[in-house]
Ligand binder design. Structure first.
Ligand SMILES: CC(C)(COP(=O)(O)OP(=O)(O)OC[C@H]1O[C@@H](n2cnc3c(N)ncnc32)[C@H](O)[C@@H]1OP(=O)(O)O)[C@@H](O)C(=O)NCCC(=O)NCCS
Length: 197
């Protein structure tokens, strides 16, 4: 898989995580309000767990979200062999409510369906996570089911809504280039246009 690139939006820089992000990561994601809305962030969160997490695993496309030169969260997807990616995102609590997660996730959705060449993106939110459902709806995902997923931080299974966005729906919604243009770098121009740069 190609190296994670740097993506720029109107207010954000999305870049690869680095090991030096570990202590800031603990500060942001060590907050129970953040961890309890995810399936895989433990609470309490230790720096050794962060360092292990920061080493990107095969199939993962992950971006650190920077705002005004500071790490504020993460967004990315896990790509399965079927070229379906599972989208996830989180922000430190001080940065909620400003549309920043929507802005970061939109850039990654565009990347996933162009340079990433995915067939579909899926996602899931715990049913008490209205903000996440709001973001997925705004990004064009369709809610398509329910399941129960374990939350490590809560220590219990929680009901989730599942979501899916097909490549063709994304192509129409975002005006994405056909795959040949995307391979030629059309997605970078598109991202610049959508993010107003
Ligand atoms: C979910 C999360 C990323 C949202 O980040 P954010 O930057 O505040 O989100 P945005 O501002 O881009 O968009 C949130 C949308 O949900 C809406 N929303 C937020 N809280 C809401 C609530 N309680 N009820 C209804 N809508 C709500 C917002 O109004 C906004 O929609 P709008 O732009 O149409 O007004 C952030 O709260 C977070 O990191 N939470 C912890 C981790 C997490 O939940 N990750 C996602 C796992 S699926």
């Amino acid at each position: 898989m190609a190296q994670t690139p740097v993506l720029n939006t109107a207010r954000l820089t999305l870049r690869p995580f680095r090991l030096g992000d570990a202590s800031r990561f603990v500060t942001l994601a060590g907050n129970l309000a953040v961890a309890r809305m995810t399936s895989d962030i433990p609470h309490p969160l230790h720096i050794w767990q962060c360092r292990r997490w920061l080493r990107q695993a095969r199939g993962e496309v992950r971006f650190a979200i920077e705002h005004e030169s500071e790490l504020i969260g993460g967004v990315g997807y896990f790509c399965q062999r079927t070229r379906v990616g599972e989208l996830g995102f989180w922000l430190g609590q001080d940065y909620w409510g400003q549309g920043l997660a929507t802005e970061a996730s939109r850039a990654v959705v565009i990347y996933a369906f162009t340079a990433g060449n995915l067939e579909a993106l899926t996602s899931a939110n715990f049913i008490d996570n209205t903000a996440s459902a709001g973001i997925l709806g705004k990004l064009g995902f369709t809610a398509n089911g329910r399941m129960r997923t374990h939350s490590i931080a809560r220590g219990e299974d929680v009901d989730c809504t599942t979501w899916r966005l097909e490549r063709e729906a994304a192509r129409i919604l975002y005006g994405l280039p056909v795959p040949a243009d995307a391979a030629a770098g059309g997605w970078t121009k598109l991202l610049a246009r959508i993010s107003g740069r």
